[in-house]
Design a protein around this ligand. Structure first.
Ligand code: M6R
Length: 615
């Protein structure tokens, strides 16, 4: 929910931290702060607002000298986003400075104890409690910083990725992780700390990803010391070589990350099935699945847990798994699943879908499913993420970094993976005919070019956006495989344009939402070739009779809906089962253009963050 970044070494820390914060801003952007240390003085600056506001404030208010620094970009949990609640936070003595991503759940009790011991608190944050707890332990138990951190973290309930330094130790940063991610970049006697590797990728591609309940003491001139928080035992560092490159995390000439990510879909869908789908040979090979096929085949049920857009991908999967593989599927909001005492048995397979691999609710649902003995399979985008490690096995989507807060390429690549799994299981179970199987393999291989063709309609979609940008409500309707796409279209519009939008199964319209329809209401209807085409046409008639404005997603060459709709957005002809991969494209573009015309912050919509690491 927040982004943290740190540096210690021979370079100026300021530009590294500042640039790192800009790259991590997708994680939270309601306030930002930085602390620099030159071995004598700590300079600290923080502000409500974005990293750009921080940059301005730093220019006016502080020196940027220092080879050690930490920085933070925040999505507020405790306390409103204001200057005081922003990170970093000092301890009472002014010796310790900390940044934190996560939540200390028992902070109120700890705070009370510390107040009784004479500590004063200036902010409403749980983080200020943690730094003073560390200080208290360090003083009272007369231990070094690392030991004090370890003892303090054993008293803490919650989640954290922290980085802190001590004024008395100019060559040391201590970091720790539980729940929230933390990567350490290793250079030539210089070290980088960040929520993901993007802040340091141009300096080094050697990194250590801390595991949960691990802490690291990073000292110049020394090897990194990693310890278990629970028992202080030493852990051998595992240094990974990163595949990430700078190009992947830059806008590459696009005005926004969201637009870049929409346009990346033809190539990342291909990346997702490359080497896994051998269409001509009729082969699907998924490394993470091969050893667990029996679990899926023999499962009583597949339960899919996810949130937001990933949940919508799960809904698409429900249709394809049941249709092809004939395995019963339930799709659950992870947040509801974890709290409703669900029935889960050892015969269930749970699929957790998450772009970030950090979503707290999805992670909690996984833990619950594991406790109950289910086999848990992950579909994540971020390699090495918490969810990808918490699952028994899984498949990565290869979408590359998704930085726009609105998920786009994550959705289509998740559906690609789920389609591969469903087809493979169906083939093994014999629930799909050989011809239908082969047809879908070939059709899947054609999806990148069809997405490309759908993207070419951008200018027409922009014109439609101009006509409807001032609408205050939208309805999205779809049937069958395209019902989840209607939900996804509505989510995309509301989260980046702030226009109220609702998705419905088209047939449900007459059970209530039809009352909303008048001549001011735009209704986006997904009316592509499918088994439900005639039914959708009838739904369009019903809308027309009530004077609703119809924007229809149609198959190229369609004549019937073209006649009835006010505006159309064409996509190439695609089997219904795979159509969500193309019908979602015009809806992404429509939302993007409307948001842009309304002057919204497309990549960083208000109140949101890319990875929701709190409940
Ligand atoms: O990283 P995850 O896929 O677990 O995230 C789930 C949702 O938070 C996410 O899809 C969210 O709804 C997006 N903002 C949608 O565009």
């Amino acid at each position: 929910m927040c982004g943290i970044v740190g540096y210690i070494g021979k370079r100026d820390a300021y530009p590294i931290i500042l640039n790192g914060l800009k790259r991590l801003e997708y994680r939270g952007y309601d306030s930002a702060g930085i602390a620099l240390y030159d071995g004598k003085n700590i300079q600290l600056c923080k502000t409500k607002g974005k990293v750009a506001d921080l940059e301005l404030k730093v220019t006016n208010e502080m020196s940027t000298i220092g080879n050690l620094g930490i920085g933070h970009t925040r999505w507020a949990t405790h306390g409103e986003p204001n200057d005081v609640n922003s990170h970093p936070h000092y301890s009472n003595s002014g010796d310790l400075v900390i940044i934190h991503n996560g939540i200390i759940e028992n902070y109120a009790a700890l705070k009370k104890e510390l107040i009784n011991r004479g500590y004063t608190f200036y902010s409403d944050t749980d983080t200020e409690v943690l730094v003073n707890l560390i200080e208290d332990i360090k003083k009272n138990e007369n231990v070094k910083l690392g030991k004090a951190v370890q003892v303090a973290l054993n008293q803490v309930v919650g989640a954290y990725a922290i980085a802190l330094f001590d004024k008395n130790k100019p060559d040391e940063i201590v970091v720790a992780k539980l729940g929230s991610p933390l990567a350490i970049g290793i250079g030539d006697n210089e070290f980088f700390v960040a929520s993901d590797a993007s802040p340091f990728i141009e300096f080094t591609n050697n990194a250590i990803y801390l595991e949960d309940e691990e802490m690291a003491i990073i000292r110049l001139g020394r090897d990194i010391e990693i310890r278990k928080v629970k028992d202080d035992s030493i852990v051998a560092p595992y240094i990974q070589e990163l595949q990430l490159n700078l190009e992947q995390i830059e806008k590459g000439g696009y005005e926004h990350f969201m637009l870049k990510e929409i346009y990346e879909q033809p190539s990342v869908i291909k990346d997702t099935y490359r080497g896994r789908l051998l269409a001509d040979k009729g082969i699907i090979r998924l490394g993470g699945l091969e050893d667990y096929i029996e679990k899926f085949i023999n499962a009583d049920r597949i339960i899919i847990v996810a949130c937001g857009t990933s949940w919508h991908a799960g809904l698409v999967a429900e249709y394809i798994f049941e249709d092809w593989a004939r395995i019963p599927v339930e799709v659950e909001y992870a947040s509801e699943f974890r709290y409703r005492n669900p029935i889960i048995t050892e015969n269930d397979v749970v699929i957790a879908i998450s772009q970030s691999g950090e979503t707290a609710d999805t992670l909690a649902a996984i833990k619950l499913a594991k406790e109950k003995g289910a086999f848990v399979y992950g579909i994540c985008n971020v390699v090495g993420s918490t969810i990808s490690r918490a699952t028994h096995s899984g498949t990565y989507t290869h979408a590359g970094p998704e930085i726009g807060v609105a998920s786009t390429k994550a959705f289509t690549t998740q559906i690609t993976v789920l389609t591969l799994i469903a087809l493979k299981l169906a083939k093994i179970k014999g629930t799909i005919s050989q011809s239908n199987y082969m047809l879908h393999l070939r059709e899947l291989d054609l999806i990148p070019s069809k997405v490309e063709a759908a993207l070419k309609k951008n200018d027409e979609i922009e014109k439609i956006a101009k006509i409807f940008k001032d609408a205050t409500n939208f309805l999205y309707l779809g049937r069958g495989y395209n019902f989840p796409v209607a939900l996804e279209g509505a989510l995309k519009l509301k989260e980046i344009s702030y226009i109220h939008a609702e998705g419905y199964p088209a047939a449900e319209m007459k059970h209530g939402p039809i009352a909303l329809i008048d001549e001011h209401m735009p209704i986006v209807v997904i009316a592509v070739n499918s088994n439900h085409y005639e039914k959708v046409v009838s739904n369009i008639q019903e809308i027309k009779s009530r004077k609703g404005k119809i924007i229809a997603v149609v198959t190229e060459g369609d004549t019937i809906v073209r006649e009835m709709a006010d505006y159309i957005m064409e996509v190439p002809n695609t089997p219904e089962t795979l159509s969500p991969l193309v019908t979602t494209i015009p809806l992404q573009l429509l939302s993007y253009h409307i948001a842009l015309m309304l002057d919204r912050n497309v990549d960083q919509p208000r109140n949101l963050a890319k990875a929701v690491t709190v409940e």
